[in-house]
Design a protein around this ligand. Sequence first.
Ligand code: NAP
Ligand code: COA
Length: 261
Amino acid sequence: MKFKNKVVVVAGGTSGISLATALSFANEGAKVAVLSRSQDKVDLAVAALIEVAGEALGFSADVRDIDALHNVMASVAESWGSIDVLVSGAAGNFASPAADLSGNGFKTVIDIDLLGCFNVMRAAYPHLTKPGAAILNIGAPQSWLPTPMQIHVCAAKAGIDQVTRTAAMEWGADGIRVNAIAPGPIADTEGMRRLAPTPAAEAVWTKSVPLGRYGTKEEISKVIQWLCSDEAAYISGAIIPVDGGWSLGGSSNMTMALTAK
Ligand code: NAP
Ligand code: COA
């Protein structure tokens, strides 16, 4: 019960890595709130969280809508008090060659991933526990590895790294830590269903990871939990790869994986 009675908000916490993270905090005694666009997904996530922790909050909100996020964060604080842990994991991804991508396609991913990450942090800020809160943004190795078919995601995730570092500098004075992780390919996620849609493509990805396998959602959520715990009290402004060594292979690995049929 490492997070007993701590208040945790997970943006995008209704599926995939972020839902696994929300559940892992609930398993450690936290009061967890999740938000995403789909009311159905929110309801299912809240039901799963209540089964683990007895209580949970869920909100249908789009991270592109700062006013909606101000309302979500104020509701959480009104119900449970200040927010101890904020995880920002909402994202959109699809593979597209730059020459085929419309301006609105590019903007859509920037708006969800980058503007959304800022909006989540900005709306939470007045309600964060000062000192003591931890923020964890979910980035990706595309932030430093140029990647074919991912020009929108590369730009958005690079922005998230700088938002993370800059907020760590400004909000360190409040006793707030801000970090990001960059997961490699994670099994059984929407992200990998989109980037490795065939068994052949999946095999290319797997081969390009030094550890020879995809990671699991639980492996990611454990690192997130550790980074948001007192055990990581002196880590702030860090972008930590959690990828089985995958990003060491550089852009050529990315190119092979993303262009595999
Ligand atoms: P996922 O299951 O699709 O999770 C994305 C979540 O964000 C969903 O709950 C979705 O719910 C929500 N969301 C999407 N757009 C939103 C919006 N505009 N406003 C609010 N919520 C929104 O994806 P995942 O594969 O687990 O990825 C989770 C995170 O890990 C992402 O940040 C991704 O970039 C990162 N990542 C994943 C991998 C991987 O291998 N999967 C690798 C590297 C990084 P709604 O549809 O209800 O909005
Ligand atoms: N290839 C190229 N362009 C695409 C595309 C694709 N596969 N999918 C969407 N787009 C473009 C659309 O054509 C549109 O541009 P246009 O107006 O010039 O035609 C623009 O992106 C916005 O599409 P829209 O469907 O209106 O966006 P949305 O806000 O409803 O959904 C997405 C956002 C597109 C990112 C959607 O895939 C999504 O909701 N994803 C969330 C889940 C996810 O991606 N999980 C993985 C996380 S790593």
